[in-house]
Ligand binder design. Structure first.
Ligand code: SF4
Length: 65
């Protein structure tokens, strides 16, 4: 199962090729895993009507590469 938003998600598009293990782990757990319903990016979009920064990870923390 993949997140239904995967084709439009700024985080996924920006970081899908990243070698960053933290990013990769989140993508496995959330974007391509079983936790996508818990994604903080989705909650943000639902609450604000606009997507968060591309640098917000599914757990709500910002990436600092
Ligand atoms: S970061 Fe969240 S909204 Fe984006 S593809 Fe992954 S699970 Fe879906």
């Amino acid at each position: 199962m993949s997140c239904e938003n995967i084709a439009n998600c700024g985080f996924f598009k920006k970081y899908q090729e990243s070698k960053n293990l933290v990013c990769k782990g989140f993508m496995l757990q959330f974007c391509n895993g079983t936790k996508e319903a818990e994604c903080e990016r989705k909650k943000y979009k639902a609450a604000h009507g606009t997507p968060p920064s591309d640098d917000m990870m599914p757990n709500g923390s910002m990436i600092h590469e």
